[in-house]
Design a protein around this ligand. Sequence first.
Ligand SMILES: Cc1cc2nc3c(=O)[nH]c(=O)nc-3n(C[C@H](O)[C@H](O)[C@H](O)COP(=O)(O)OP(=O)(O)OC[C@H]3O[C@@H](n4cnc5c(N)ncnc54)[C@H](O)[C@@H]3O)c2cc1C
Length: 665
Amino acid sequence: MATKQPRVIVVGGGLAGLAASVRIAEAGTPVDLFSMVPVRRSHSVCAQGGINATNEVARQQGYSEWMHMDETLYGGDFLNHQPPVYDMTHWAPRIIDLLDRAGVPFNRTSEGRRDLRKFGGSLFKRTHFSGATTGQQLLYALDEQTRRHEAEGHVTKYEFWEFLWPVLDDDGVCRGIIAQDMRTMEIRSFRADAVIMATGGCGAIFGKSTMSVICTGAAAARCYRAGAWLGNPEMIQVHPTAIPGEDKCRLMSESARGEGGRVWVPRKQGDDRKPTDIPDAERWYFLEERYPAYGNLVPRDIATREIFNVCQEGYGVGGGNMVYLDVSHLPDETKHKLDGILEIYEKFVGDNPRKVPMKIFPAVHYSMGGMYTIYATEEKKPVEGDEGQAIGMKFGDPTNMQTNIPGLYAFGEVNYQYHGATRLGANALLSCIFDGLYCGLGTHNRVTNMDKPAAELPDSLYNKYIEQEQAKVKHLSEAQGKHNPYELHERMGSEMTAACTVVKTEERMTKAYGVLREIKEQYEDIRLSDTTSWTNANLGFARALGDMIRYAEATLLGSIERKESRGSHYRPDYPERDDAKFHKTCIAKYDSAGDKPIIEWEDVPCPLVPPRARTYGKVEVSAESAASKQADLDNKPGGEGYSQRPSETSPVYGTETNGKDASAS
Ligand SMILES: Cc1cc2nc3c(=O)[nH]c(=O)nc-3n(C[C@H](O)[C@H](O)[C@H](O)COP(=O)(O)OP(=O)(O)OC[C@H]3O[C@@H](n4cnc5c(N)ncnc54)[C@H](O)[C@@H]3O)c2cc1C
């Protein structure tokens, strides 16, 4: 019997981490919440365009939770797990109601209803938004709820503490973490009966991305090196519309296109007139012409490849790697809804995008892959609009979103479950909050049924890990080698971006894998410019670089071994989707003896929607086509893209734990 109250550690104070903390504290389990930065500075604060859910207005247009689910699976090229997506999309309207009640200032129509905008991969308006700063509004609302629990003593925050390693007992069960206070540099252990990783994406392995610079993926990589598996690490999303910067790339959100923004290039190669001097008939709206139904709102991987190809063919602005994203024709009140991003463009580029088309190019944006997780399933009562069997996750099950390590969970962007081979715009915020609110209950249930609580384990278990981390710090601080960690990171980022983003070939990726091995050797021979023992950011970065290299290796090897094209993973040497061989999750396991990833494959069950070809109704047209075709944005469901009904009932997958041994101990 437990003699002390169980505790849960949440690592990460973005939307996933805050939602989990609130849910678990509310259920009665105390939470210790860790974040490298103040939680209100977590990357989630940068999210711009919105969060998807059906509502009564969307429903009147013929939309439903089922269609939201179907779009998500079609967008993900059927690599997503269907039961979790079923629940995520069916809980979405309730999540929006809850956020509304928590004070999120969603935009409203003149009738006072929550306004909706269009987003990629849908023919319906179903994205809720707060101007173009939706992430900030959501994060602040959940932060307030967390503070309430903090004031009541149910949540303890550790801001500026960096997660270093999970503590595993002799049975391989997670029993806490080792963390470092990045101000005093103290390294300590923290006991817990479950640990939730909510540490976000891994954009920094590509050098620059639209993610915050703290999104290194190092926390996930440390868990991977400790024995947690990665799922689909090769699935990285490149967003079509960003502006490059010295420090990072800045996103021009899909909301710009959702509100009517148009992507174009001059129809004539090398046309060097100012964009405002080029008449409409001489502009090539290539997305609208090639995808008449979805137009500028095709999913991101498709828009990105089209932009990339148009530039490769020499149609880029000024012959370079740029296309126009144009909102200048929109009415002022529509532009006002985009102020949040238009101001960013004006500040960093200097042009006024309200008057002049923006120059944009794709940039690394999101990781669909992440830590491998499992779940339990159950049949649900179908709701209106459901077109087949309703199977979701078993509510409150302790295995929901648990990794292969019992007691270690992954929520939010670091969890690989929901988005398959491409994430649809405005589905990430939803998956983060859904994980926290829905799966947080399962974590609470696990810790309330523990036979042997962490509080009763011997100190020696924790001291061993503290010594391990202290030794790493000592090694890095005393290293007198010749390589600068920032230079190594830059080299890794350039190599990863060149080899493993929009277009991936065996030859280029194999070369990059060799370069990574070289960088790994050089990493053993580095020298820090700052070795002080107070707020040493240099040390934190150098330590994270070692982990980033391992994550990058898994991303590359998974990409090399997935010999097909699916969603964001485009291989010109294997241009077709190959369901027979690769309708499977790529699992990367860390081989500590060989210090390398081992790739294995696991079938993806499809109990709800059978896979179908993912074309988005493409038609072949060229820049010389006689006339621009107008996007038929009023297309009705059942046109290209939407599933009719599943042809037959598929067997239930993993009624308990997907066949994995993940019993709570
Ligand atoms: C520019 C941009 C705009 C976007 N806009 C949208 C949008 O409009 N709609 C949408 O659905 N999605 C959007 N996304 C995606 C979405 O923002 C993210 O997927 C989501 O915010 C991730 O939330 P999270 O809680 O998983 O992680 P994050 O918000 O990244 O939080 C991670 C947390 O982990 C902590 N952490 C990390 N490592 C450690 C460590 N070692 N030790 C301690 N703490 C650690 C960090 O401090 C932070 O608190 C956008 C993404 C970008 C890049």
